[in-house]
Design a protein around this ligand. Structure first.
Ligand SMILES: C=C(O[C@@H]1C=C(C(=O)O)C=C[C@H]1O)C(=O)O
Length: 377
């Protein structure tokens, strides 16, 4: 009996494929027509009308919803073919990032001994013009207005997670990610040369220094005050300038050497492999053949399944999603933007298809960069 049913299904599928090919040939012609006239691929009204007509045609009411799903899928596939027709003729739009120019100006937040400074030295070992500013915002602004070619900012840490300020600045200053590098972050408690652990009453650091050294801090006496500063190395510099043995900083060994501070306790970070991913920011979207990681941000429509529709695009096109993060949208209470990293190059056809299809779901997508992955270890 099963054999018989399967024979029947095979015969139906044979007819379906003939019709499917015919439909795809026509969709391709529609794609060519739209390309010539610069028209949008996605026509939601037409799709709604197609589904309505085909549901009405469905005799068995129990199948109507399946008919709708069937046509949603068929039309998604048809749009994907049309996107190929359109993208096929596009020239590659992006310039490669120029990291080797001898006159590059690169900015980092903090002073000598900051982890951002270490990241800069790692990514740009030969750069001559290093600018340093106090805040992430100042660094982002210098890159946005072209006074610096690139900037180096911390982006995420493997214990404390995303460094939201950087992501928010990339979006608000319309910046792009041109590269990444990872730095081992080894925090120490630093004091003046005459200080001992029991003298310490105030600890200065960047908020990340406190978060990443949480266990150590909770083991200290309760009357010790933690004072956040713009940067760990600035905190070390401040402690050295005050010359007060009650004040300590959480910063790197390099900061201790740079400001003549004593290491009161080494390796106070919780995670022994504490690592921060830094991004190289630029005011241009750059890409070359070696780029294999794409960052983007998107907002979805407020309807059930909207996020799922976007994520399904990655799966369908065989694009590996590496990271997703949600951030509140400041201008809209309890609405969110999603930040993603995925594998690929903007010239890959599956990536181009995925980007087109994400937009077709009604999501708004901003490309934030295509760059080369650095292996963490
Ligand atoms: C084929 C078209 O393009 C898209 C695909 C459709 C389809 O496959 O039926 C319908 C509407 C569009 O979103 C079209 O515009 O007619």
């Amino acid at each position: 009996m099963l054999e018989q049913y399967r024979k029947e299904i095979d015969q139906i599928d044979e007819q379906l494929v003939d019709l499917f090919e015919k439909r795809m040939d026509t969709a391709k012609k529609v794609g060519e027509y739209k390309k010539e006239r610069g028209l949008e691929i996605f026509c939601p009204d037409r799709e709604k009308a197609v589904i309505k007509k085909r549901m009405e045609q469905t005799k068995n009411p129990a199948y109507r919803q399946y008919t709708a799903e069937f046509f949603e899928d068929i039309m998604r596939i048809s749009r994907s073919l049309q996107a190929k027709v359109l993208n096929g003729a596009q020239n590659f739009l992006y310039q490669p990032a120029d990291f080797l120019n001898a006159d590059l100006k690169v900015v980092y937040p903090g002073v000598v001994g900051s982890y951002s400074g270490e990241a800069l030295n790692k990514f740009f070992p030969a750069v001559k013009h290093k600018l340093n500013v106090n805040t992430f915002l100042e660094a982002a602004k210098l890159v946005a207005n072209g006074e610096a070619d690139f900037g180096v900012l911390p982006f995420e840490n493997n214990s404390s997670g995303a460094i939201a300020d950087t992501l928010d600045l990339i979006l608000s200053e319309h910046l792009f990610i041109a590269g990444e590098t990872y730095v081992d972050v080894r925090h120490c408690l630093l004091g003046t040369s005459d200080a001992e652990m029991e003298d310490i009453k105030e600890i200065y650091s960047h908020n990340q220094g406190f978060v990443q050294s949480g266990l150590f801090l909770s083991s200290l006496k309760a009357d010790i005050k933690c004072v956040p500063m713009e940067n760990t190395a600035l905190a070390a510099k401040y402690v050295a300038e005050c010359g007060n043995k009650k004040k300590a900083a959480i910063a790197s060994k390099l900061a201790a050497e740079s400001y003549g501070l004593k290491i009161l306790k080494e390796n106070i970070h919780e995670n022994s492999g504490n690592t921060t991913r830094f991004v190289v920011i630029s005011n241009k979207l750059t890409c070359d053949n070696n780029c294999d990681k794409i960052s983007a941000a998107f907002t979805t429509r407020h309807k059930s399944g909207a996020l799922c529709d976007v994520l399904a695009v990655f799966a369908r096109n065989g694009v590996n999603l590496m990271h997703i993060e949600s951030r509140p949208l400041k201008q809209k209470d309890f609405s969110y933007m999603f930040y993603i990293d995925f594998e690929g190059n903007l010239a890959d056809s599956n990536v181009a298809d995925a980007i087109t299809q994400i937009k077709e779901t009604g999501a708004e997508l901003i490309l934030l960069g295509n760059y080369r992955t650095e292996n963490v270890r």
